[in-house]
Design a protein. Sequence first.
Lengths: 662, 662
Amino acid sequence: MEIIDVFPLLSGIVALISASLLAYYVKKKPAGTEKMKEISSYIYKGALTFLNEEYKIISVFVIVVAVLLLILSRFTDIPWQTSIAFLVGALFSALAGNIGMRIATTANARAAEASKEGIQKGLTIAFSSGAVMGLSVVGLGIVGLSIFYLIYGIDSANILFGFGFGASSIALFARVGGGIYTKSADVGADLVGKVEAGIPEDDPRNPAVIADNVGDNVGDVAGMGADLFESYVDSIISGMSLGIILSFSYGHVYPLLIAALGIVSSIAAMIFVKAKNPYTALRNGLFGSAIIFAILSALLTYWLLKDMSPYYAILAGLVDGIIIGLSTEYFTSHQRRPARIIAEASQTGAATNILEGMSVGMFSTLIPIISTAVAMVIAYEFANFYGVALAAVGMLSTLGMSLATDCYGPVADNAAGISEMADLGEEIRRRTEELDAVGNTTAAMGKGFAIGSAAITALALIFTFVSKVNQLNLRADIALTNPYLVAGLFIGAMLPFIFSALTLGAVGRTAERMVNEVRRQFRELKILEGKGKPDYESCIRIATRGALREMVLPSLLAVIVPVIVGIWRIEALIGLLAGATATGFLLAIFLANAGGAWDNAKKYIEEGHLGGKGSDAHKAAVIGDTVGDPCKDTSGPSLNILIKLMSIVSLVFLPLFASLHL
Amino acid sequence: MEIIDVFPLLSGIVALISASLLAYYVKKKPAGTEKMKEISSYIYKGALTFLNEEYKIISVFVIVVAVLLLILSRFTDIPWQTSIAFLVGALFSALAGNIGMRIATTANARAAEASKEGIQKGLTIAFSSGAVMGLSVVGLGIVGLSIFYLIYGIDSANILFGFGFGASSIALFARVGGGIYTKSADVGADLVGKVEAGIPEDDPRNPAVIADNVGDNVGDVAGMGADLFESYVDSIISGMSLGIILSFSYGHVYPLLIAALGIVSSIAAMIFVKAKNPYTALRNGLFGSAIIFAILSALLTYWLLKDMSPYYAILAGLVDGIIIGLSTEYFTSHQRRPARIIAEASQTGAATNILEGMSVGMFSTLIPIISTAVAMVIAYEFANFYGVALAAVGMLSTLGMSLATDCYGPVADNAAGISEMADLGEEIRRRTEELDAVGNTTAAMGKGFAIGSAAITALALIFTFVSKVNQLNLRADIALTNPYLVAGLFIGAMLPFIFSALTLGAVGRTAERMVNEVRRQFRELKILEGKGKPDYESCIRIATRGALREMVLPSLLAVIVPVIVGIWRIEALIGLLAGATATGFLLAIFLANAGGAWDNAKKYIEEGHLGGKGSDAHKAAVIGDTVGDPCKDTSGPSLNILIKLMSIVSLVFLPLFASLHL
């Protein structure tokens, strides 16, 4: 064993230690008044209740799959350690989500309290808690991968597909279940509270308000974290695997080393997260980490390989990620043309608002798709399929930093909510809202980044799958003239539509139950008349139960369909994966950006343009925003998981397919 | 020359003679009161104005392309006759559209007048005028193809790609331009008339009402006709071409013969279009023609080939078409669950209405995609790629009948409009509205059918393209592992999104101009106060100009992109075509069915459910309907053309690509 073999593990340990120190720093801070503590503890408990309930269902699924893998390992070439890796992957992903949720729901009141001393203090708390999540994800990810690598060496590549599958499973439930939870709470709270009763957002009299705040954490912290944990480990695993299959020099460990440098760069760049303007601070952190990483990985590549080709593939991915982030920012920001066009279309009513939003969302696919196609071709030219995997690793390398800025968002959002609910006064509210506004921008960029990384990771996994198929001499005819492959392509392309139909419908159904409950409480408890107190917990229960019930069908679909198709025909499965990745990518961008743009068109009007709050244009824009909510926070993000999960499931079960088709 | 070589031409001539007789029959009927004649002549003139303006722009495009093809034929292996075939294809398609528009706008008042004697009389007029269109399309289509076939024999297959390209060009402008026209007029008329001024639909005081009625003809007659003319000839051309390349017995003429039998079956089945209930009458015609065709083509196949394999491929396509039609009917009908769920969701507002509609539309992709994938695989198993082309021919064989039922719709719609505008009284209005309601159902089924036939035709064209590439020994690596092909696939999959973004945006912009003009007329001319008369022509001008201006960019995109990509790399082009076909198919179904379901959810409420007209649920449903309008009538149908056009363009320019890549 060389020192470089241990370096990834060390970097992971450093990440986890840094996360602990930051968590300690955040927890030490004062949590404010009793009222603030009370609200924060409601959110904290609500979040943990949901997580615990969710884990119960997931553990059934995880245990069944683990046993199944163990049984299959007796009859096929699936290594028995796959089952163990699957369990560890699921456990680590759940652990990262749990840590992130705990710190985020701990930090919200503290960020609001710190804002009393100034906006920068608030920023520091919120960002630090985001960094705890970011570093936990990359730390646990690389530690998990390294342990298997150190024990099994080159053989670990095959075993680790199980690790990726475990991570995917958690991500699936977190994104789908979390997405349904957050948006049914949000839509329910808004439709009755804001629209019907006319009380402001985050008004403590609204019984769904705590569920809504819990939802922000469930969706944007635990969901986003699990999503990117999956992309992160999957990209590294496909890189290791392809490096070995295609016999690249140091191919088995180079992707791990690159990821380790990314961790170092992320930690180092955290000192840049300081500026008068919170947006500038976060942007400095993001670009700082990318630049440090680009330099360090160039040096490592030159020192280790003497051949810079793989490095250019990494760079292609890194640049692609930045382009996608900027494109997302352009298409969703309330300071840019697209959101303003939607705002203007609101003047002729909700219908034109919706149509313009759909048009913007569809058009916004242009740059990410072309950029990713170009990055893929460049990466391939430099290092074949291995290059495509490295592009994914490169894009995700500085995840410690980018996830920190993502998870900053919901903390700032909650902080603003607490300021409102605990009556901290106009000035504090303004400060936390400014933090929140920046959070919305970084969240939109984060979403684009999550989609892009999912797409390129899925591509890397597909190429890994095809390479393994060739290695096994399965002789599948994967020409685009094979009608089975084309049939698979069509059905694969359809799956994201079906998946989105299910998740959109799920939000609708759960939100309807929430609406009825909130209406009931207003009516029976006479809350608005100042007589009764809202029953937060029954709303939390509705969101929790709805999310858990509704997440099962789409989740099982995502796991079972590729297995069935693979048992039928390998070519059809390859077509299926390619089709699903293409439309999954497109539909995810469309839904996320249309949703973001609708949201910010409304914000633009609320700033006082086109008649401002209460105008007809505003009412139309509120409808657009409500349509956009589940698009951008439930259906869109769930597609990220769908495309990665189906590919990793195919890889895990490939030995089974091989035993049937050889 | 054998007798079977002449039979297709003869069947085409019979179709054209039948169309002439039916047209004479319709024209002979009385057109009603002076008022009715006046309104009808407004619509007639408005429609022809638009067509003439459109033809001016199209002729520039057609002449430029024809000259370009002639020049290219000097330097590449593109036969010089391609240019001639291109001109004839464009001319015949335009002619069919022109005939259809003239008869439809002639028949509308006559159908209203005939309804005075009974609903069945009205049905006969409206259906007969639809049959004129249907028979003109198939008659001109097969006559055009036959002439080239009789002159050039087997060589005609290559030349006829030009014919298909010509037909595609007209279809492109007709669908895109016509779609923008019809929906900007419709949305404009509704937003100001129905929503703002509170006057009923088709109220003659609304200045946009004539433009709206013209639009129905422009979109649903000329647009639909050109779309299906293209599918019809393209499927036959690809069948002839693949039959020759793959050396099937009688492969060069069998597709033409099958099409000829379809014409005979369509004409024969027209006697079945009689029943108390208009819906039953039309359905009898559709199923009758399919059954006659199935029998006749079985006999022909047995007599001519002694091998039934190609017949099963045809049958697969025929059944696929029926399944798609029925699935569309289910997902859009106001008597079925999906539309009702949307109606119920309207009770919690426009946002939930929109979300539920999106969910229904996305889910409705399931059956058409799986059915088409299965049909393709079956057809391939029986007769290779040739089978796929035959499946398309089979699906489109009875187009004479199915297009007759499609074009019946706008005539009935106009008849209902004229009854309202000319004050024909409650009873006549009720009868024409019943005819219109049936027309809505057949129109929805027709849309599904048009999409399905476009998808399978595009597939047949892609397989033709790949077969030609192999024949030319271009040795393109079309494995799904070729990153250039995957890049092409991604970019191709993106094009329908961009195309839809442009067309949705175009409707929005033109509708906005229309809204402002109608508001201006109401204000300045004091129409609602009974003082001034509406200026219909200025609204017609706005719709015409808007449509013509906005159709150019998306149209050029569809033609130029495949040529550029083909010049770059053949593999990328093949990926592009496959990706565009997959998402084009999906997005077209999503947009068409969501739009149809929104429309009928509104109708369901208007029937008196959930509070009926004027309720909050109804207001929400009107918003959904307005969103759905351009989805189902502009963007969705335009995608049919996009996917076919890009494939036929690729086939026409293949010799150019070959000369660059060999």
